[in-house]
Design a protein around this ligand. Structure first.
Ligand code: 1HN
Length: 342
């Protein structure tokens, strides 16, 4: 690649081309191997939690619209993203507050970390949120949040912002009122889509799961039963994928969402895949070795496993890990690959 710069004629040629916004392909510096610029990083709950409470003193939800501390990958400064394709942020809402109604093209997920009594209203249905629940905000759905309880509620926001931004398709709209009217009973989406049944004439409309909430007690119960009665995967322990019940596909067209159980004493084999992922520790303590980094993790810590970084998990106690990645988009495009290592 350096031949061009050592040959004065080629240098002159390159300079001539530059003025015309052309470049010789043989001089390109683009990455031509798997992986991204993102680096492994952990945000520890013991550091995040007091700062969320400080944010709650400094600004109201009305002023901020959403009171969020964004989790930006240190190698992706200026993007706001945790991985090259995924946004992650910690949102806190105080008793009595309302985060006003809007909609946008990016899909969003909420993973509830701490506190009870808050709802996320999606297209007229208020979904009550409890720690460990995974709640969806499908693309272009009106959504607002409120806290009708008596304690602060904190959740992890995950968004696929990079995709609409990349395509130039990021629209957003404000709703004329702060809260949208309630037009569905609580639990209606769960009744329609969450009981291994679907409305008789249902045809999938959007691309994201119409099931607005995946409650933790059911997810945890399934994993615990599997862990008691079957053998763990060599790298993932017991790992389940949240499903769009109408299609059998991922919960979002872009983001794949998972919950996994690592039994106490588990030591996983190194593994890598092309999807970058954001993890949130739900229960337990253990460690994640990711590339050159080693993170000891505790409940509510959030960490990033970048694309194609070899990683392995160890569990000091029974651990439950929530995660989301861009695997759904990669599978849809035919790009996704994985590799188990020795
Ligand atoms: C958003 O709409 C929410 O609705 C949270 O709670 C975080 C980050 C970027 C763009 C939109 C929410 C967001 C967001």
């Amino acid at each position: 690649m350096t031949t061009a710069t050592t040959n004065p004629n080629r240098t002159e040629f390159s300079n001539d081309l530059a003025a015309l916004h052309m470049k010789p392909l043989w001089e390109r510096v683009m990455r031509l191997k798997p992986g991204t610029a993102a680096v492994p990083v952990i945000w520890r709950w013991e550091q995040a939690q007091p700062r969320l409470m400080r944010a709650a003193e400094l600004i109201t939800t009305r002023e901020a619209e959403r009171r969020v501390l964004m989790l930006e990958n240190p190698a992706l400064k200026g993007t706001t993203f945790a991985t090259t394709t995924l946004y992650a942020g910690l949102q806190v809402i105080l008793p009595g507050e309302i985060a006003r109604t809007h909609r946008h093209v990016p899909n969003a997920l909420r993973f509830i970390i701490e506190g009870e009594g808050a709802y996320s209203a999606v297209e007229g249905e208020r979904v009550m949120m409890k720690p460990g629940d995974f709640v969806t905000t499908p693309n272009w759905a009106w959504h607002d949040h409120g806290n009708v309880g008596s304690e602060p509620v904190v959740w992890l926001d995950g968004l696929d912002l990079a995709f609409p931004n990349l395509f130039g398709a990021h629209f957003r709209e404000e709703y004329p009122q702060e809260s949208q009217p309630v037009s569905h009973a609580q639990g209606e989406a769960g009744a329609r889509y969450g009981a291994n049944l679907l409305p008789a004439d249902y045809r999938p409309q959007g691309h994201a799961s119409p099931l607005l909430s995946y409650p933790y007690d059911r997810t945890r119960g399934a994993l615990e039963r599997l862990a008691r009665n079957s053998e763990p995967h060599a790298s993932h322990g017991f790992k389940l994928r949240y499903v769009n019940p109408a299609t059998g596909g991922h919960a979002f067209p872009t983001m794949a969402v998972f919950m996994q159980w690592l039994p106490k004493g588990y030591s996983g084999r190194p593994y890598r895949s092309t999807d970058g992922a954001v993890y949130c520790v739900v229960e337990g303590r253990g460690s994640a070795s990711i590339g050159e980094a080693r993170f000891d993790f505790a409940p509510h810590d959030v960490f990033v496993v970048p694309s194609w970084e070899p990683h392995q998990f160890r569990a000091d106690r029974d651990c439950v890990l929530f995660s989301y990645s861009d695997r759904a988009a990669q599978e849809a495009l035919g790009f996704w690959r994985e590799e188990t290592q020795q």
